[in-house]
Design a binder for this molecule. Structure first.
Ligand code: PLP
Length: 390
């Protein structure tokens, strides 16, 4: 099956053709299932018989979502959690259960950086943050790394690390690789096929796709996911039935949404180059992007809806632009059908000092855009109007 067909059918377990089975899944909010036979319960609890017994261990809707994402990423199994951050934490503990050095990019999502610095480092882990575009420092970092953590596309400047080269270096040293594939989605990148060990998503973003739920998921091999699942059960982080149901409903249109997001983002990025006050446009598939060569290979079919730009005039200019938008909204998330902007200085990168932000290339004029699936002409026109071009 092609990926587009998988997104429509994944997780159904081949049940779509059975008489009387609902085409869309029923929502099953039950916290617990009833059993009349102790041996049967025992077999289900041991995993020897299919079924559900307690909602923290498994739930019909969560299982469907987990199986669907696993299928889309080419994984054996998945575990869905209450948010992307819970998924990330679970994945790190699955791959590095004891304190280790985590080699990661400097441009990590702010929440991930906070988890490393404020929760994992006090517990004995070490975060070694390097410029992932500098493969020599990646190689040096590999010597002490117990785990490598890479985002397929970085936030907010949309750089694309050379995942294949990094994975190859890690494999030579037997270091597991965890990929946050939230921005690219399995429509454009399937890191497990490149040799990554575990992939995680903030389902809140593109997989859900409608800005109406918080969820996370990790996918990987059966043994890793079995261990992660029991940890998630012990620590109480599984995703609830309704969010699982909503996420799967959103995922059914992932393929068409991602292609539209991707086309729109590239169209907006190209148009923005000549808009007044725009000093620089960041999109990995623009020819002038430092990531162009890697992105053209790794994300050959598109890079999704994320892009950024630097506006002359800093915060005041950003505020002026915002006050003129008619369609675009300011919202500190991404991946929904609607075009939104975020201002990293006070959102994703507010925990950094101005100097630290400047080192990453994030300035007072940096605006991140999550380009939606509206008509591209309308999105371009709204930015043009807001920037005074029209
Ligand atoms: N990873 C990335 C790349 C993100 O952008 C986010 C959220 O913005 C997360 C992880 C965390 O996901 P959640 O907000 O669902 O916990």
């Amino acid at each position: 099956m092609k990926q587009a067909s998988r997104t429509v059918h994944a997780g159904r377990g081949g049940k779509a053709g059975i008489s009387g089975v609902p085409l869309a899944p029923d929502l099953s909010p039950a916290a617990v299932h009833v059993y009349t036979d102790l041996d049967e319960y025992d077999a289900v609890a041991r995993g020897e018989r299919p079924g559900h017994y307690y909602g923290r261990n498994s739930n019909t809707n969560r299982t469907m979502l987990e199986e669907a994402v696993a299928e889309l990423e080419g994984a054996e199994a998945g575990v869905a959690t209450a948010s992307g951050m819970a998924a990330l934490h679970l994945a790190i503990l699955a791959l590095a259960p004891k304190p280790a050095t985590i080699l990661a990019g400097r441009e990590l999502y702010g929440g991930t950086l906070a988890l490393l610095r404020q929760d994992l480092e006090p517990a004995g882990y070490e975060a070694n943050l390097v410029d992932l575009a500098d493969l020599e420092s990646v190689l040096r970092g590999m010597e002490s790394a117990g785990l490598v953590l890479v985002e397929t596309i970085t936030n907010p400047l949309c750089a694309v690390p050379d995942l294949e080269a990094i994975i190859e270096m890690a494999q030579r040293r037997d270091v597991p690789v965890l990929v946050d594939n939230t921005f690219a989605s399995p429509v454009f990148c399937r890191p497990l096929e490149l040799g990554a060990t575990v992939v995680m998503h903030s389902v809140t973003k593109y997989l859900g796709g409608h800005s109406d739920l918080l969820a996370g998921v990790i996918v990987g091999s059966n043994p890793l996911m079995a261990a992660a699942r029991t940890r998630s059960v012990r620590t109480g982080t599984p995703l609830g039935p309704f969010e699982s149901w909503l996420a799967l409903r959103g995922m059914r249109t992932l393929d068409v949404r991602m292609r539209r997001h991707s086309d729109n983002a590239l169209a907006l990025a190209r148009a923005m180059r000549s808009m007044p006050g725009v000093a620089k446009v960041h999109h990995p598939l623009l020819e002038e992007s430092p990531s162009f060569a890697v992105a053209s290979r790794l994300l050959a079919n598109g890079s999704g809806g994320m892009m950024a730009f630097d506006l002359e005039g800093g915060r005041a200019a950003v505020q002026r632009m915002m006050s003129r938008f008619q369609l675009v909204a300011f919202a500190a998330s991404l991946g929904g059908v609607e075009t939104t902007i975020s201002y990293p200085e006070i959102t994703s990168h507010r925990g950094l000092t101005p100097a630290e932000r400047a080192e990453l290339g994030v300035g007072p004029g940096t605006v991140r855009v999550s380009v939606g699936i509206e008509a591209p002409e309308d999105i371009v026109a709204d930015f043009a109007h807001a920037l005074g071009a029209a």
